[in-house]
Design a protein around this ligand. Structure first.
Ligand SMILES: CC(C)CCC[C@@H](C)[C@H]1CC[C@H]2[C@@H]3CC=C4C[C@@H](O)CC[C@]4(C)[C@H]3CC[C@]12C
Length: 714
């Protein structure tokens, strides 16, 4: 049976079969700022194929009913009418993936997973449109409840009952919106450590005065009903004793945390209170609430059997081998770090907030235990680990084959992601520099943090065989369960022998399950490599997005083609970005690139490859020539490398404070920071780019850059 769609009609060609419920679900229209469309989308119902629950195979026909954002199903229409439900799901809390070709819609709400298939394309589109409309409706509803809550709170103590009723009737919505905001706050702090205070928030501070008695009242009422180590209680203390914080930063977020707590107390939310025998790690229970609002469109079809989404963390192995301190490779570089990394798996958002009770949140720095002893400038230099691919490209006469090597180089820069999902690099301070002089590989690299807001790292490397440069600015998009890192700024490579200038964009890097222990990384999207000096060929690379039910061996897939002027495929290549790239259209089919073997003890050492371990080494020779702004001199990072986490934490605060002071001073003098080795310019397409000014290696001839003025960064 076709789905029965109720008005408003999707299009004139669709039949209208039942009555449209016009009354708004909630009367929130009188609330301040509520211009949200709260009209209820029409009901949609009919038969769909539903995949049987894992481990059973096959599909069966079920009757579905979508009403006010809730999708219910039964065996037959009669069963639904009689209330004999097989299951139901709030569509706004699910990640929706679709596959147009196979007419499939998948709804993943964590514990609830529906794989659905429509009989025809028409039915597929009807359901898709209706599902989208119902998701929007639920989200708008959530938003207005959220505003309603704030409004109720702003009226003061007397509104406790009305607040409670909001909370009780809209539990999951409220939890969701609170958690999303807390998560967003966490990521603002994590990736962009100095967000500026939005002035609009200060108006909310008035409401806080009124709030406090409510919180105190509720705390008092429920004192003793939770064990001391209950995260809720900790947070209540946090709320009670950190009033100065209210007036300063992200008020709406803190207000939400507190509302959530109040709500949990009133409701005794089981998902929060059941953790009370554990250390205060609320992150797990929070992660349950997170909702992603994206719809993932998968063009390729995979009918593979459902399998649990298993994190790459399963792959990692712990080795028993002792760290060999001071061990040196044939290249004369160290092969190990002075100290293994510390376990940071216990650190959750709430712990961080809790540890900062009483502090101005805009000054909260993330615990150094989340960091690896490398900074982003060094991280970007890791993209040159396989620079030999560019050396080969620069002596490959055939332009198509040359392109294959350039493509393999661009892919090789993503290989680290299967090992490096537990720590984040240090954010470089403005003016920080990093050089990597690799005589063994024939290139020298220099990078500088050229802007703080937005953070931009610029770099430039030169060798006989190539020049490589890029400026990376990136945004993070928080989806609830995952964070996408979207880099803008093109990567550039020139090959002197052929006069080629290649440029390409970066794939999206996604941190899945970001708040839980099952964190894993993935790259996806399309990368296009163009030669700006010649249109003989272009290259398209697809980083394939994995799907949770596909088997593990399709993870990390990458496919590429080299196209000629007419758009015909000349070469095809593919493989896995963590395992290697194969090209079978070359005169002799071959493996173009394979990553180096990971050291056995990599898990203990932040997942670092051998190359990564070399980056922060400070030899006496280097010490004598580097400018004082070089990352290798950054004291907090050095302390962390040595395993002195507590000292590193204190030092990190100092370095960050110093940066703030410096900025304030400059602002007072009306000055703007001018990067030393890069200058802003505009490329042929009108994009703003940062280009190397050519002075670094000349100035370096005066050891320690003694003849010039250096910033005092730490
Ligand atoms: C919760 C925390 C500890 C999880 C770990 C986050 C890690 C995986 C994140 C933090 C910062 C991220 C990096 C930020 C910026 C860039 C530059 C971009 O051009 C490529 C991706 C890259 C290099 C990101 C890779 C992933 C990254 C290293």
């Amino acid at each position: 049976m076709d789905p029965q769609v109720c008005p408003p009609p999707l299009s004139s060609s669709q039949s209208v079969l039942s009555v449209y419920d016009k009354s708004p679900h909630l009367d929130l229209s009188s609330l301040p700022g509520s211009s949200l469309d709260l009209s209820i989308p029409g009901i949609c119902e009919g038969y769909l194929m539903k995949r049987r629950k894992y481990p059973l195979k096959g599909w069966h026909k079920r009757y579905f009913l979508l009403e006010k954002g809730i999708l219910k199903y039964s065996k037959t229409q009669q069963d639904i009418q009689r209330g004999k439900l097989h299951g139901s799901l709030d569509v706004s809390l699910a990640v929706m993936s679709i596959n147009k070709k196979s007419k499939r819609i998948d709804l993943d709400a964590g514990d609830n997973l529906y794989h659905l298939k429509a009989k025809s394309h028409d039915i597929f589109y009807i359901w898709l449109t209706k599902l989208c409309a119902h998701r929007v409706f639920r989200k708008n509803e959530a938003m207005s409840v959220h505003r309603g809550v704030l409004h109720a709170l702003s009226l003061g103590q007397s509104t406790l009952p009305s607040m409670t009723s909001y909370a009780q009737t809209n539990r999951s919505i409220v939890c969701n919106c609170v958690m999303e905001l807390v998560g967003a706050c966490f990521f603002t702090l994590l990736f962009n450590p100095r967000p500026s205070l939005s002035s609009s928030m200060s108006s909310l501070s008035q409401n806080w005065r009124k709030w406090c008695p409510i919180i105190t009242y509720t705390t008092a009422k429920h004192k003793g009903s939770f064990p001391v180590n209950n995260p809720l209680n900790n947070l209540l203390l946090f709320c009670d004793f950190s009033q100065p914080l209210y007036a300063t930063f992200h008020l709406h977020i803190i207000s939400n945390i507190i509302f959530h707590l109040l709500f949990a107390l009133i409701q005794r939310t089981p998902s929060l209170s059941r953790h009370h025998h554990r250390a205060p790690s609320v992150a797990d229970s929070m992660a349950e609430y997170f909702d992603a609002s994206e719809v993932i469109v998968c063009e390729s079809s995979s009918e593979a059997e459902a399998s649990d989404e298993s994190g790459l963390s399963d792959i990692t192995t712990t080795s028993n081998s002792e760290p060999e301190e001071g061990h040196v490779s044939p290249s004369g570089r160290r092969t190990s770090l002075p100290a293994p990394g510390t376990d940071n798996s216990h650190i959750g958002i709430m712990t961080i907030l809790y540890n900062n009770i009483g502090k101005d949140l805009s000054r909260v720095s993330m615990p150094v235990a989340l960091n690896e002893p490398l900074c982003l400038l060094q991280r970007v230099s890791e993209e040159l680990e396989y620079s030999e691919l560019l050396d080969i490209a620069n002596c490959t006469d055939d332009p198509y084959e040359r392109m294959v090597y350039v493509a393999a180089f661009s892919i090789s820069g993503y290989a680290w992601a299967s090992w490096r999902y537990r720590y984040k690099p240090f954010n470089p301070v403005l003016g920080e520099t990093y050089e990597s002089h690799r005589e063994d590989r024939g290139f020298h690299y220099i990078s500088e943090q050229v802007s703080h807001h937005p953070p931009v790292s610029a770099c430039h490397a030169e060798s006989e065989n190539f020049t490589f440069w890029q400026d990376q600015r990136w945004k993070n998009k928080f989806w609830g369960k995952s964070v996408e890192i979207i880099s803008s700024g093109l990567v550039n490579v020139t090959l002197p022998k052929y006069g080629d200038h290649y440029e390409w964009n970066k794939a999206v890097t996604c941190i899945h399950n970001v708040l839980s222990q099952q964190r894993w990384l993935e790259h996806y999207g399309e990368v296009v490599i163009r030669n700006t000096e010649s249109d003989v060929c272009t290259c398209k690379i697809t980083f394939v997005k994995s799907r949770y039910w596909s088997s593990d061996n399709t993870k990390n897939e990458v496919q590429g083609v080299v196209l000629d002027r007419a758009g015909e495929v000349v070469h095809r290549f593919g493989g896995l970005w963590h395992e290697g790239i194969f090209c079978d259209t070359l005169p002799t089919p071959k493996c173009i690139w394979k990553p180096n073997v990971q050291p056995e003890d990599h898990f203990q050492f932040y997942g670092f490859s051998r190359y990564a371990r070399e980056l922060n080494e400070l030899t006496p020779q280097l010490r004598a020539v580097l400018p004082p702004t070089d990352t290798r001199f950054r004291p907090d990072q050095r302390l962390l490398e040595e395993g002195k986490v507590a000292e590193a934490d204190l030092k990190k605060d100092e370095v960050e404070e110093k940066q703030r002071e410096r900025r304030k001073e400059m602002a007072k003098r009306g000055e703007e920071h001018v990067p030393r080795f890069f200058s802003k310019s505009v490329d042929a397409a009108g994009r703003e780019v940062w280009l190397y000014n050519g002075t670094y290696w000349k100035l370096r001839k005066d050891p320690s850059f003694a003849a010039t003025e250096n910033l005092d960064l730490w």
